[in-house]
Design a protein around this ligand. Structure first.
Ligand code: HEC
Ligand code: HEC
Length: 171
């Protein structure tokens, strides 16, 4: 609480309570390419967002069990060659209700605080998920040739808590 108050005093009310930094991270390709509603993950190729090559489908399992499991190629670590499959433990798509790729800041803001669509989490638990989940943390260490998510996991978790402390207003 004291850290939040300090951040509020230093950065001023607009920066401390805004959803902007949270949106900036969630909408970044490293965080949006998996958060899709259908079962086709996305690739970023030369700044364009395109469907995953090789006709990959995640299926109802969201892990490709029905066809070709994600973990066949996506191992626990990034492949050591550029253009190889990135990796982290448990590579899979989130369930469809956690999709936000292509959505507006207002839409993402509303769903992030809706327990029906965020895995039944409080905002403190969402912030905790950011610093502990291997797939989320991967977004800041995506390997050669891939732009990392903005700032750091801790900065994003802090931004979520500061926004919550301000009443979690949506843009
Ligand atoms: C490899 C695919 C993948 C990537 C990349 C990924 N996620 Fe996720 N994400 C998942 C999966 C799977 C879940 C569901 C896990 C669960 O609920 O326990 C999830 C759940 C979440 C949740 C909890 C649900 C919610 O709506 O609050 C948050 C928050 C989240 N991810 C944020 C991020 C952020 C931020 C990034 C980028 C830094 C990111 N994710 C990158 C696969 C991914
Ligand atoms: C046959 C191997 C293979 C399988 C199976 C596979 N992928 Fe991939 N995937 C790749 C390769 C290679 C890349 C890197 C492409 C690039 O960035 O040029 C990649 C990249 C990705 C990316 C882009 C990450 C980013 O933000 O840059 C996502 C998301 C992804 N895969 C999700 C999945 C999911 C989810 C599954 C399972 C449903 C899956 N993949 C199955 C080979 C595979």
């Amino acid at each position: 609480m004291r850290a939040i108050l300090l951040a509020f005093l230093v950065a001023g009310p607009a920066a401390a309570q805004s959803f902007d930094p949270v949106y900036e991270a969630f909408s970044h390709p490293r965080c949006a390419n998996c958060h899709v509603e259908n079962d086709v993950p996305l690739w970023s190729v030369d700044g364009e967002i395109v469907p995953h090559g090789m006709a990959i489908r995640a299926g109802e399992s969201r892990m490709g069990i029905e066809t070709l499991p994600c973990e066949t190629c996506h191992r626990a670590q990034n492949a050591p060659v550029q253009g190889g499959a990135p990796g982290a433990e448990g590579w899979a798509l989130p369930p469809p209700e956690m999709a936000w790729s292509g959505r507006t800041a207002t839409e993402i803001c509303e769903q992030i605080k809706d327990p029906e669509r965020n895995g039944g989490r409080t905002l403190a638990e969402v912030a905790d998920h950011i610093v502990h989940d291997p797939l989320v943390v991967w977004g800041w260490a995506p390997g050669e040739g891939r732009a990392p998510a903005p700032d750091t996991p801790q900065a994003l978790a802090d931004a979520i808590l500061a926004w919550e402390a301000a009443g979690a207003p949506c843009p």
